[in-house]
Write a protein that binds this ligand. Structure first.
Ligand code: FE2
Ligand code: FE2
Length: 471
């Protein structure tokens, strides 16, 4: 299972023993590199960045830290070690051995699941491409690029599956993944959130907090898959993803800390005057990103999700923690809109597996929220950030097409329109955030006024370490 980093495509999947596959991936590699150069991080391509590179898939010492220029990053294909005698843990096929190959009857569905997951990886790199120019510190700049190169590697992980298991169709999908563009009108990325603009660093921290966290829950669900190569690929991606979530969660915490400090310091409680972001504006960004990311779990009632579950293609995050892995005779209570009123309905459990995943996600977000509120409290400011109700501002599922306030009450379109600018970021809010982020802070150990320094550096390095070296 060791990884040869000197190989043209670093991998632990015995690529050398499959020359046809290796040639196909080697033909895709230059297209990937041109995509990276064309729509990946703007600037900094010649800078030396203190990055970690995967060198193993074991629990201990799987990564190496060193200076790397981004285009020279060793993107590769790494699968977690196989488990002995693994069986499928859910659905109608529970207890059966996992599949090493794609069952013919599930080919289309599996391809769709893999392509949808894969599409988010390059999309996020495109969305974040312009942030380097306004980075708040070298530490943060390095973290941005670490996230970017690893999202690129996640694309490699998925393209490997497409090439190896889906023949011609898979190779075509691999090319399409480099052809779609985040935010494009003609060829957008598949999921709406991955076309949303990421214009400033508050967006970036919200993205790595909420969107990457959706990614974590999707990967956890796919890591349960009966299709073993997909499960093992997602297991290793989760190892890298943990850092992205750390960047988001601690990033918001650091922004919140500085906001609270400046709110306290200003006689009118105006954090912007002290060079920080107003807490009320942070709340609006949070409302926007949290609601957008809830859509990524799909509809509350989903026959697609039910069939993926039944067939063993996609489970629920940490399936082993659920009491029932078949879900043939339970129901789940959902709040649904009927005749302009919210009513509770009982829905067959398999149709609501998306909601099980969403429940876990919301719980995880609530834990982070409590931490941010402790930070505000410790500074001595009376303000509480909240997560909006799951029905607020949705574009997909049962609540799309209706309006709810952040507490989840059904309201009229007129009321929503009237309150829109109080609940969600306005052009003015965005301009005020951008006014604080007009240039990159590139002196080691310095941080922009709107963000507190982190508690510690990366990989034991000090805060004033030169995380990015310019040529
Ligand atoms: Fe990813
Ligand atoms: Fe990520």
């Amino acid at each position: 299972m060791s990884i040869d980093l000197s190989a043209k495509i670093p991998n632990n999947v015995d690529l050398d023993r499959d020359p046809k596959l290796r040639r196909a991936l080697e033909a895709w590699q230059p297209k990937y590199v041109s995509w990276w150069k064309e729509v990946g991080p703007v600037g900094f391509q010649n800078a030396d960045i203190y990055l970690r590179t995967a060198v193993d898939v074991g629990a201990k010492g799987w990564a190496n830290f060193d200076y790397v220029k981004m285009p020279d990053y060793r993107w590769g294909i790494f699968l977690a070690r196989p488990e002995d005698d693994r069986t499928i843990g859910f659905g109608d096929v529970a207890g059966q051995p996992v599949w090493q190959d794609v069952p013919g009857e599930h080919r289309a569905a599996l391809r769709r699941l893999i392509v949808t997951q894969a599409d988010t990886e390059p999309a996020s790199v495109e969305q974040q491409a312009r942030l380097g120019a306004i980075a708040p510190s070298l530490y943060d700049l390095r973290n941005l690029f670490q996230v970017n190169v690893e999202e690129g590697r996640h694309l490699w992980a998925m393209v490997y599956l497409l090439h190896k298991y889906f023949g011609r169709d898979g190779r075509d999908e691999g090319d399409e993944l480099l052809a779609r563009r985040a935010g494009s009108a003609d060829k957008p990325r598949i999921l709406a959130t991955f076309n949303d603009p990421v214009e400033d660093w508050l967006d970036f921290f919200m993205f790595t907090m909420f969107t990457d966290r959706d990614g974590k829950f999707q990967l956890l669900s796919l890591a349960e898959s009966g299709f073993e190569p997909l499960a093992r690929s997602c297991q290793f991606m989760l190892t890298e993803e943990a850092h992205h979530l750390f960047v988001g969660e601690t990033g918001i915490d650091r922004v919140v800390q500085r906001s609270a400090e400046m709110t306290r310091a200003d006689p009118n409680g105006d954090a912007f005057r002290g060079g920080a972001i107003d807490l009320a504006v942070i709340q609006k960004y949070l409302n926007l990103w949290f609601s957008s990311c809830l859509d990524l779990f799909g509809g509350e009632i989903s026959s697609n999700a039910a069939s993926y579950f039944a067939c063993g293609l996609k489970g629920r995050p940490h399936e082993e923690k659920f009491a029932d892995h078949l879900e043939t005779d339970h129901v789940k209570q959902l709040h649904l809109v009927q005749d302009d009123r919210l009513t509770i309905k009982e829905i067959a459990a398999r149709l609501t597996v998306n909601e099980d995943a969403r429940d876990g996600y919301i719980k995880d977000c609530e834990r982070a929220l409590a931490k941010w509120n402790r930070t505000i409290h410790e500074v001595g400011v009376t303000f509480e950030l909240t997560l909006p109700n799951r029905r607020f501002n949705r574009r997909i599922g049962e609540y799309a097409g209706h309006h709810f306030d952040p507490r989840g009450h059904l309201i009229s379109t007129a009321d929503f329109t009237r309150m829109h600018d109080t609940w969600l970021p306005t052009a003015v809010d965005r301009a005020r955030v951008r006014a604080l982020q007009t240039r990159a802070v590139t002196k080691p150990g310095e941080f922009a006024s709107w963000i507190a320094p982190p508690l510690r550096g990366i990989w034991g390095q000090p805060l004033d370490f030169e995380y990015v070296r310019f040529d």
